[in-house]
Design a protein around this ligand. Sequence first.
Ligand code: SAH
Length: 279
Amino acid sequence: MGGSATLHHPLRAKAMPGNFANLRVVLVNTSHPGNIGAAARAMKNMGLDRLYLVEPREFPAPRALWRAAGATDVLARAVVVASLAEAIADCGLVIGTSARERRIPWPLLDPRECGQRAWRESAQHQVALVFGREDRGLTNDELAQCGFHVHIPANPEYSSLNLAAAVQVLTYELRMAALGDAGGSVTQTWDVPRARAEDIEHYFEHLERVLVEIGFHDPANPRQTMARLRRLLARIRPDRMELSILRGVLTAMQNFVWRARSAERERAAAPATGDGPGG
Ligand code: SAH
């Protein structure tokens, strides 16, 4: 068939609608239950209903219900988890919010790009928008678990929005992207699914172990090495196959080092075990 070459081409472009069911909002360590309720309401107004709460200080709570108004169903279905890693484990795209400049610059989206990308990719995999604590936002470690950061370009002299207001702005942009999608924007499809946040965590745990084993990395004196490597991977956004190749390389390196070290140990032990070298 003439069409089969195109069919199997991994980069074939096709129009793809997004999917609200694959979009989630993650609130990390929220202090005020009222903000959780207001965020649920903001989400439902914009057509989203999957809320994840990472260690909320107070939840469930009457104040959350009051502020949720007609969105109590979103609260009722909210998933409470113990860590950000757990909330995003199955996600192929994780976007973290930031009210200010951070230590090392990261791949950055504005709210419009965030809405468009999140909507587009929600056709292919799970997508998370991650929001931080009222008093100090997301930690650097949490931001390093995100593929992109998004900043709402507010007044630079007063740039920090109320948590639920930030949820409103970003979910509004998602909705605008969804409404604009009727004509079908052109998206690239890939031959292998994107690596998920969980795969990337496992890769970095493995990588750090190996870098310590070979003496490249000293966890006591880290100097942002791991954060920079994380940013490198965030720019690349590897697929699952690419990531499993990288892990295979790590395992081969470990085996190589182990073999070399045990050979060394055997050589060192040899003189003590018997008729040592004469002289
Ligand atoms: N003082 C904190 C502000 C936290 S505001 C800080 O400096 O980080 C609480 C949360 O609302 C943030 O973690 C983020 O999720 C969201 N938020 C507030 N203002 C924002 C902005 N301008 N852009 C993106 N997210 C914002």
